[in-house]
Ligand binder design. Structure first.
Ligand SMILES: Nc1ncnc2c1ncn2[C@@H]1O[C@H](COP(=O)(O)OP(=O)(O)O)[C@@H](O)[C@H]1O
Ligand SMILES: O=C(O)C[C@@H](O)[C@H](O)C(=O)COP(=O)(O)O
Length: 326
């Protein structure tokens, strides 16, 4: 008899790297003197975010065969994310990502992923398809579609999943990984046909759908095949529309922003937690919004992901009209 596949609440597939974030804010990289080292990469961050909320998670990705790769394995394990599908690629170094921090709304990212990022070297034959099919939620990102063999592997995983359970497409548009939006559109459309949930900010929704107005984005994402469309609007909150007519439009939880990077991944991990918990759309969005806001109020991404009690405390403060950062 075939072995039963290992069950995880959430399996993500995509980017991993080392975030080297400035410890001085409000200055350009040329003037930064010290950096903090954190596990990073959107797919890895989402797995960390859901693990912090008590979920069993794993990430499918690849690192370089180098000390930073070893660091990422240790960091994943420390965060409680299973690293069995994180394998080394000898030919390429583990990527590092720098950013500049200009609160409240300017956080340019500088990706060092040349000559090629190991996480784009995921091959279809390496995938544990039974485990992907068995996961409570399977999560893929737009970056995984940007190059081969990762593109074919990502689409193969989606096809194998065959819309079992919840399959999330994080639209995750990073223009530097593509020639232009037209190059991405056909792959985005194909991935949308296999996903049950699409989540993205306005730029990402525009790449996927060609429209930018939030209601129109949600409508176009539903028309492209998903059951739930989630349109993130940064400091303007979030709109979620379900095919069954359900909808939630939730304002942001006001916070003093330190670094907006990672808010989307915190939102993603929390979105998974809400969907797995069977919460209604409004509760799911409120929780995810608060998780995003908490990370926006902190310097890092992965190590800043909130616990359930931290999110509950922020929501309670907000409901009571108390200051969010005493
Ligand atoms: N400045 C902010 N203040 C409060 N909440 C925020 C802020 N920035 C982001 N968030 C929350 O995090 C969510 C995701 O952030 P967003 O910036 O839209 O995603 P992404 O990082 O993917 O672009 C938002 O929908 C919002 O709920
Ligand atoms: O995603 C990356 O490769 C770098 C991340 O670690 C980074 O911090 C980031 O950009 C997070 O993305 P967001 O949550 O969409 O802001």
């Amino acid at each position: 008899m075939a072995d039963t596949p290992q069950y995880f609440d959430l399996v993500t597939m995509g980017r991993i790297g080392v975030d080297l974030y400035p410890l001085q804010t409000g200055v350009p990289l040329s003037q930064v003197e010290t950096f903090g080292k954190f596990l990073g990469g959107s797919a890895a961050n989402v797995a960390v975010a859901a693990a912090r909320l008590g979920r069993s998670t794993a990430v499918i990705t690849r690192t370089g065969d180098d000390p930073f790769g070893a660091y990422l394995h240790e960091a994943l394990k420390d965060f409680g994310v299973d690293d069995r599908w994180v394998t080394p690629v000898a030919a390429y170094p583990t990527p590092v990502t720098f950013c500049e921090i200009f609160p409240p709304d300017d956080f340019p990212l500088y990706f060092y992923r040349r000559p090629k990022a190991p996480d784009l070297e995921i091959h279809p034959h390496e995938l544990d398809l039974p485990a992907i099919r068995a996961a409570g939620i399977f999560w893929i990102t737009g970056t995984g579609l940007s190059e081969e063999p990762s593109r074919t592997a990502t689409l193969a995983a989606l096809e194998a999943r065959a819309k079992a359970g919840t399959t999330v497409f994080d639209l995750d548009w990073r223009p530097m990984f593509w020639r232009d939006p037209d190059q991405a559109r056909p792959y985005y459309r194909e991935a949308l046909r296999h996903a049950t949930v699409a989540v993205g900010n306005l730029d990402e929704c525009e790449v996927a759908t060609g429209v930018r107005e939030p209601e129109a984005c949600a409508e176009a994402l539903l028309a492209a095949g998903v059951e739930l469309a989630v349109v993130k609007q940064g400091p303007r909150g979030v709109l979620a529309v379900h095919r069954d007519g359900g909808r939630a439009e939730v304002p942001p939880v006001p916070v003093e922003v330190v670094n907006g990077l990672g808010a989307g991944d915190a939102f993603g991990g929390s979105l998974c937690h809400g969907l797995l918990s069977g919460w209604d759309l409004e509760r799911t969005m409120r929780h995810a919004n608060a998780a995003g806001a908490l990370v926006a109020s902190r310097l890092a991404c992965s190590s800043a992901m909130p616990t359930g009690p931290e999110v509950a405390d922020l929501l309670a403060r907000d409901a009571a009209g108390r200051p969010n950062q005493p």
